[in-house]
Write a protein that binds this ligand. Sequence first.
Ligand code: MN
Length: 243
Amino acid sequence: MALEEYRRKRDFKKTPEPTGDAGKVTRAKPRARFFCVQKHLASHLHYDLRLEHNGVLMSWAVPKGPSLDPRTKRLAMHVEDHPVEYGEFEGVIPEGYGAGIVLLWDRGTWTPEVDDVDAALKKGDLKFTLDGYKLKGSWVLVKTSGRYAGARGGEGRTWLLIKHRDDWSGELDITEFAPKSVTSDSDFDEILAEDTPAIWQTNRPAKTGETGAMLEEIIERAAKLKAERRTTQKPQKSRRKKK
Ligand code: MN
């Protein structure tokens, strides 16, 4: 119902209901953020789904890749956050963790279907819309608790990636149908065969994300400790902001 209609249907002189002052009821629409799926030939072939959030790419490794069929739930291991710059990467990781070839399989934007992404993640149920070249429409990532939860030592890291039924769902095997790079139309061998393949040297997890959140918490606690120490010496002025 439009706000005008809401207002029109109510006489605010008679009822104590909220008038819907613009500043109070308008909520910013969730911003579309970057997403990508990188097909990664490392120790095992898998697809890394990455969703931009809080300045990093939240990441899930999906061994079988996404399925457009809502009946096919795909295991998705929650892995460490990656730096946003990594999202456009296609090329070779010469050594260390993740060594292998990376193919940018799909990319575009994602929009959360919830107001609070962090709360949804904590709850283990994140609904979102993808607008990529190969993946579109509504999806959900659900944290598992049952038989998948302890799979391959992945306690607490196992989620399922599921397509919701909509115009973009279907039985087409998208990983088979569209196996190549979304940017270069290359396959793994072609990426490797390039004269100067792009090389990712700093494949370290982003400093923000989980580590960043922990650090922030520590800084906050330290600041509180300092403040408490100060107040025991002399009373502090109230710093509450007037609005
Ligand atoms: Mn990977």
